[in-house]
Design a protein around this ligand. Structure first.
Ligand SMILES: [Cu+2]
Length: 151
């Protein structure tokens, strides 16, 4: 019990450092994807974005070393068919929180250059309209966890 409380405290500490104390910035937090199988060419990446600033940001492009192409996709239903559509850019308003998650808006990596292994990680670069670039670590999760995320 004592241990559990301690772990909780540590967790809150990490969370507060990485998200809430960054009052004057835009924070990309908790990015993840699922491990791929040999030969898999594309995968989706999910991330939470916190715009703690007083200005709007536009994500103009994304890139990563592990894939030849990276895009932002939104999910649209047309004639009862679910389709993924590329967004040319993505607006994050001042003080807005955005959650890319399974079943909704996501990053799509295409032309994967290698198999993504459970427990490994890689980086995705977000280019913003103010000229800055955010390097965001992406955790690769076990395939078996997928059913917990997608209903
Ligand atoms: Cu997609």
């Amino acid at each position: 019990m004592k241990n559990f409380k301690y772990i909780q405290f540590i967790f809150l500490l990490i969370l507060s450092n990485s998200v809430y104390s960054n009052q004057e910035s835009i924070v990309f937090h908790g990015a993840y994807t699922f491990e791929t199988f040999e030969g898999q060419r594309a995968c989706a990446v999910y991330v939470s974005i916190f715009n703690n600033t007083n200005k709007d940001f536009l994500i103009e492009s994304i890139s990563t070393k592990v894939a030849s192409k990276a895009e932002i996709h939104e999910i649209k239903t047309e004639n009862e068919i679910i389709k993924m559509k590329k967004k040319e850019n993505f607006l994050i308003k001042s003080k807005q929180q955005v959650f890319f998650q399974p079943g909704g808006t996501h990053l799509m990596l295409m032309g994967l250059k290698k198999k993504l292994d459970d427990g490994s990680s890689f980086e995705v670069d977000f280019s913003l309209n103010d000229g800055s670039k955010k390097k965001v670590p992406v955790m690769v999760l076990n395939e078996k966890l997928k059913e917990n995320f997608i209903e």
